[in-house]
Write a protein that binds this ligand. Structure first.
Ligand SMILES: *Cc1c(COP(=O)(O)O)cnc(C)c1O
Length: 403
């Protein structure tokens, strides 16, 4: 077979994928295979040595006393809520602008998600609103470090201390992120991570981890993940089957060594986008993600806002041009059908609702080629500049928006 047969599109720029996990795998293939082979040789597949090693490494990475592996980020949230003492009928304050699992976990333990609006610049929980939402039923605050940047924690610490309620961090998108020099996961009582393959530290399937400094909570987490077993088939409470597989742990231990380099590459890509936005004059049509000075952003997502109510059009144009992009998230959680019983309405959280209408995430993975970034921004410029032409007075701009 000739070279050309294998590359029918050679010379023509192919699509720009939103994320390409194979690019990363190619750089660590032999280490991953060796680690996986060792697990097969041991035939110890659930918990065990490989998991304990990863737990110790993650605890060291985050500077926490304990780390407890479990089956997913969602389970990390559920187990944490229970281990922190949240019970049916309790209230947990969180953000409506996040992945579904944040509020899903609160609901799953029988508690009520109490939503408060976000800060527009960071997309994270607004501390002022949190204070107002505290009642005598509040049993936890669950900030989400969305897209890889930590929420504003200091005011939350004050609220948590004053009301004696734990903070459970949804750090699923933020492993390695920092707030004033401390890592995500140790900014509250308990921190939850996800190893879903597209997270910054992604396994070969589902996986999760909880970190904490609290001995009692750590012990309870270890019981809850094995049916509440106290040892010797003694069960004081009903738990779950939510354990981390040794195969996942082995893969994750290999990848953890590279995590800081990958996060640095994501930050470099983010910086390059910002330079390209300037170069291609797209800044008038978009808002760039804010990177706050007292934080280390790890860019699980690079999320811009599209101005002028044209997000869906711009996204469609980019996709038709072969540029991968995505909306995280299109529907705020207070307006999800399954949470109708909570009684929220449209207009309750205007910033979260506006974010859902305006956000667009662009490719940001560590191995993203520079040439792809240039093509993303060139196409984005086309889309945004088409907008400024179309929105001259006397055009059908108003009609188009209503359509
Ligand atoms: C990914 C994610 C979760 C859930 O993690 P899973 O491992 O997919 O269960 C929870 N919260 C946030 C913010 C996430 O991004």
């Amino acid at each position: 077979m000739s070279f050309q047969d294998e590359n029918p599109g050679a010379g023509v720029p192919g699509p720009v994928p939103f994320i390409d996990l194979t690019a990363q795998y190619r750089t660590i293939r032999s280490d991953v295979r060796e680690a996986v082979e060792q697990v097969f040789e041991s035939q110890a597949f659930v918990l065990g040595e490989a998991v304990e090693r990863l737990e110790a490494d993650i605890a060291a990475y985050c500077d926490s006393r304990y780390a407890v592996g479990c089956a997913s980020g969602t389970d990390a949230l559920i187990l944490s809520l229970l281990a922190a003492g949240v019970e049916p009928g309790d209230e947990v304050i969180t953000s409506p602008f996040t992945f579904f699992a944040t509020a899903g976990a609160i609901h799953r333990v029988g508690a009520r998600p109490v939503f408060v609006d976000i800060e527009p610049h960071s997309f994270n929980l607004c501390p002022n609103h949190v204070e107002q939402a505290v009642t005598d039923r509040t049993r936890a605050i669950m900030p989400v470090h969305l897209f890889g940047q930590c929420a504003e924690m200091e005011p939350l610490w004050r609220i948590a201390t004053r009301h004696k309620i734990p903070i459970i961090e949804d750090a699923c998108q933020a492993i390695g992120a920092e707030y004033r020099g401390r890592r995500a996961g140790v900014l509250g009582t308990v921190g939850c991570f996800s190893f879903f393959p597209t997270k910054n530290l992604g396994g070969a399937g589902d996986g999760g981890m909880v970190v904490t400094d609290d001995t009692e909570i750590a012990d309870r987490l270890r019981r809850l993940r094995v049916h509440g077993d106290l040892g010797g088939y003694n069960h004081a409470e009903v738990g779950f089957n939510s354990r981390l597989d040794a195969l996942q742990a082995a893969v994750l231990s290999v990848k953890l060594k590279h995590l800081d380099n990958w996060s640095a590459a994501r930050r470099t890509n983010a910086k390059r986008y910002q330079e390209l936005f300037r170069e291609h004059n797209v800044r008038s049509g978009i808002e760039e993600p804010a990177t706050l000075p007292d934080r280390r952003h790890v860019f699980n997502q690079f999320t811009i806002r599209i101005r002028g109510g044209r997000r869906d059009e711009v996204m469609q144009f980019l996709r038709q041009s072969g540029i991968g992009c995505a909306v995280y998230y299109p529907i705020p959680l207070h307006l999800q059908t399954c949470f109708a019983h909570l009684g929220y309405r449209e207009g309750d959280f205007p910033e979260s609702e506006r974010a859902c209408r305006e956000v667009l995430s662009l490719p940001i993975y560590a191995e993203l080629p520079e040439e792809h970034q240039q093509r993303v921004v060139r196409k984005l410029a086309e889309a945004v500049q088409a907008e400024s032409t179309l929105s001259f007075p006397g055009t059908a701009d108003g009609d188009r928006r209503a359509a």
